[in-house]
Design a protein around this ligand. Sequence first.
Ligand SMILES: CC(C)(COP(=O)(O)OP(=O)(O)OC[C@H]1O[C@@H](n2cnc3c(N)ncnc32)[C@H](O)[C@@H]1OP(=O)(O)O)[C@@H](O)C(=O)NCCC(=O)NCCS
Length: 168
Amino acid sequence: MEGLFLNNKNIKNLRVFMDSLNVRFADIGDIKDIFTWQNDELSRQMSFTTDLIEWEEHSKWYASSLSNADCCIFICYLADSGDKVCIVRFNIKKDAVFVSINLAPTMRGKGFAKPCLKKAIDFYLENNPSTKPIRAKIKSDNIVSLKSFEGVGFVYLREDDGAKYFEL
Ligand SMILES: CC(C)(COP(=O)(O)OP(=O)(O)OC[C@H]1O[C@@H](n2cnc3c(N)ncnc32)[C@H](O)[C@@H]1OP(=O)(O)O)[C@@H](O)C(=O)NCCC(=O)NCCS
């Protein structure tokens, strides 16, 4: 993983951002924030299922995800204020681990996506050292997300049915 950012023109900013962020495992106390973020308009638009999520459905999904060994959910937060910035989720599948990110709507557009991804991936690898390849499946028109993943070293694999696949 060393040297992932050597080609990043914003390497200095990235480091500054990373120093201002912490990451931890999500817990039941995050259930409402994650519900709100996932039902935000842009989040629904950029998901592969665009329907609004009902609270009951979310509660069941969240509780089972927290106890599912094949799912790791992390929260990135600001080190000084503790304000939550995003959720980063790792879904462990047969051949690969799929990562996705969703920023709190108030935190978007400020350059947090790449440092949060980097921080969360490092944290995931610390806890799961011998992992499968890490991949991302992103809607082909989700330019900001595509840029974010490419910005932390993900490499384009293929496009299929409106989705682009990347691997770290
Ligand atoms: C995707 C998401 C995580 C990106 O976070 P963000 O805070 O909006 O993006 P950032 O400010 O960190 O910018 C990321 C990159 O996109 C660029 N960008 C930001 N807004 C842009 C816009 N409107 N058009 C084009 N590029 C844009 C930034 O310049 C940056 O690229 P750079 O490093 O090459 O300069 C966030 O928008 C989000 O949570 N979206 C909803 C859920 C989602 O789409 N998740 C991804 C599914 S895997």
